[in-house]
Design a binder for this molecule. Structure first.
Ligand code: COA
Length: 373
């Protein structure tokens, strides 16, 4: 069995950014217009959104998105992403490639030496050809490429799988890419969810270490784990059967097909499950929560992370122990924990232990214990 390490890390945050004030202003213009219409037909009114509530409930102050003007247009409230021809690089592959190229540069390797590309994300642009195969072609990589997904645990599940494939010797240089364009699947007219998410892409290179080998400054992956338990509390029904639910199979009835969640149930249930997962995962690998120098947690909700850390450690954790990026970039689904890792690892000392832990739809939880070399 090979030892396994992360040889490169890349993160791409799109330049377009939307503050809470901007998002709420556009939402509330839509609310006024919608309520005029609803009053006219005697329908129940919709409630306005509120910046202070957003910061209090989630910790999100700002998010970055693939395209901002369409989101902020009260007549549209969705990013404008023009269709591309089949001979052009697709939107999600292009976005993932930006992070992938950063990871490749960080590792200082030749992309042609990558023998496996995994694209693991909560939302995939199409069923086939796999986005990973498109990225494989664009990079000039060889071997195998495939897509997978596990909600917000997609990157963690990808690490779990990639670690096993490298450990067993099945592949020698795996590129794991997580491009999240969650703004494309979000209903910006839903007050419960419109403020939560943002877009980001991340990538990791995962490779074997020879016996006794050390790569100063890099992280050895000493253990990974995944966990799932069915829940409808975060759900997307969108898929190839969606077109068949209406009268006209050539038009897509999108009502009810975008992300829905019962936020307060998710909050309570996943917080408890994640703390339990972390404690058991660490204990089974000979660590106590106090041994962990840095926690790179899923970036869904600042209060949720604070509670998970308190339940795990028995005390509050500061930014240095558990960095927060969601205040600036929103919940970037499966990319968030890896953005936190990318931005907050260079100061760690040889021997320091860090934990990636992501959680979300499924329910799903995934973790990786990293040791700085
Ligand atoms: N503006 C103002 N008020 C709002 C609002 C908004 N945008 N959205 C909801 N509210 C109101 C609700 O209507 C409710 O009002 P009521 O008490 O009069 O009924 C109140 O705020 C509380 O709503 P609730 O949904 O219970 O809020 P919350 O404290 O649970 O926070 C979330 C909402 C979504 C931020 C929080 O539940 C959360 O982050 N959950 C986990 C999400 C998550 O991790 N998802 C995983 C995906 S990766």
């Amino acid at each position: 069995m090979n030892r396994v390490f992360i040889s490169g890390i890349g993160a791409e945050i799109p330049p377009d950014s939307i503050s809470n004030a901007e998002l709420v202003e556009s939402f509330n213009i839509w609310v006024d217009e919608e309520n005029r219409r609803r009053r006219g037909i005697g329908q129940a009114l919709v409630e306005p959104s509120d910046s202070e509530f957003i910061v209090y409930a989630s910790g999100v102050r700002n998010r970055h998105v693939y395209e901002r003007e369409g989101v902020l247009d009260p007549d549209r409230m969705a990013p404008r992403i023009p269709a591309r021809g089949d001979d052009e690089v697709s939107v999600m592959a292009e976005f993932g490639l930006k992070a992938a190229r950063k990871a490749i540069a960080d590792a200082g390797i030749d992309a042609a030496s990558i023998d496996c590309v995994i694209c693991s994300a909560s939302h995939l642009q199409r069923p086939y050809p796999a986005l990973a195969i498109e990225m494989q072609k664009e990079l000039g990589a060889t071997g195998l490429a495939f897509d997978m997904g596990l909600g917000c645990s997609s990157a963690a599940a990808g690490i779990h799988l990639a670690e096993s494939l490298v450990k067993s010797g099945a592949h020698r240089r795996i590129l794991l890419v997580t491009p999240e364009i969650i703004s494309g699947h979000l209903n910006f007219r839903d007050r419960q969810t419109h403020f939560i998410f943002g877009d980001a892409a991340v990538a990791l290179l995962i490779e074997p270490l020879a016996a006794g080998e050390t790569r100063p400054g890099r992280f050895e992956i000493t253990a990974t784990r995944g966990w799932t338990q069915f829940s409808n509390n975060i759900r997307s029904n969108f898929g190839f059967l969606s077109r068949l639910s209406g009268d006209d199979p050539l038009t897509l009835p999108m009502h009810g097909q975008m992300i829905r969640q019962v936020g307060n149930k998710v909050f309570k249930e996943v917080t408890v499950a994640a703390a339990h997962f972390i404690k058991a995962f660490l204990a089974d690998n000979g660590f106590s929560p106090a041994d962990i120098r840095r926690y790179w947690l899923h970036q869904a909700n600042a209060r949720m992370n604070a509670m998970i850390l308190k339940l795990t450690l028995g005390e509050d954790a500061d930014f240095d122990r558990a960095p927060v990026v969601l205040d600036r970039i929103g919940n970037t689904a499966a990319a968030g924990a890896i953005v936190a890792l990318e931005e907050n690892h260079r100061d760690m000392k040889p021997g320091d232990i860090g934990l990636i832990c992501a959680f979300g739809a499924g329910y799903s939880i995934g973790g990786a214990i990293l040791k700085k070399m």
